[in-house]
Design a protein around this ligand. Structure first.
Ligand code: ZN
Length: 204
């Protein structure tokens, strides 16, 4: 959960209790009015800094409108079993299912791989282009070129490519859908397979 959201929720709940107590007291006197006024100043500050509004109805009753996101970040994990050492897996349909499940209409999604020898990119899932990308990146950082890390587990080329391509992508969510272009797909890149991998999708 977003720390500021947590803080603001706790804070305005306390403010609500104090304000309700002072406004419902029939023996309202000067000190209580001062205190209530001070609370209203706090309400203003809460609204400015935390985007949480405190409304009053009929002078005494209150309802609180929290303009912060209604839900904490939504997180799901996608499991992928790769079949070869170098491979691209189109995970767009899986990510779309997570977006639909989250019910977020307007927001942002992040696809993240928590592995050091995989990467995520967005591009066209056309077999010729996929083969071109895999061939070019393997030429860019060939396997077994005397890398220091190869003394441990012979996969330095995969680590280097993972760092160059990157472990995540971020996509806007518009009208409940990932705003990908017509020819764009979310592609998971295996650089040291075959292995069981997991990919996180977080939606805010
Ligand atoms: Zn390694």
């Amino acid at each position: 959960m977003n720390p500021s959201y947590k803080l603001s929720t706790a804070f305005f709940c306390q403010a609500k209790e104090r304000l309700l107590a002072s406004l419902s007291d029939t023996r309202l006197h000067y000190t209580r009015i001062i205190r209530a006024s001070r609370e209203l100043c706090w309400e203003f500050l809460i609204f400015v800094f935390f985007n949480v509004r405190v409304h009053r109805i009929g002078g005494k009753d209150l309802f609180l409108q929290d303009n912060s996101p209604a839900m904490p970040p939504f997180l799901e994990t996608i499991a992928v079993k790769t079949k070869s050492s170098f491979e691209m897996v189109n995970i767009t349909s899986h990510v779309n299912k997570v977006v639909a499940k989250s019910k977020v209409n307007q927001g942002n999604l992040m696809v993240f791989t928590p592995h050091t020898t995989t990467a995520i990119t967005i591009n066209e899932d056309e077999p010729g282009l996929v083969a071109d990308i895999l061939r070019k990146i393997s030429e860019l950082v060939p396997k077994g070129e005397g890398y220091s890390h190869d003394r441990i587990d012979s996969n330095a080329h995969a680590h280097i490519l993972a760092s160059i391509i990157g472990p995540s992508v971020s996509i806007p969510i518009i009208k409940g859908k990932a705003a990908l272009g017509t020819w764009q797909s979310i592609l998971f890149i295996e650089l040291d397979g075959p292995r069981n991998r997991r990919i996180m999708v977080q939606i805010v």
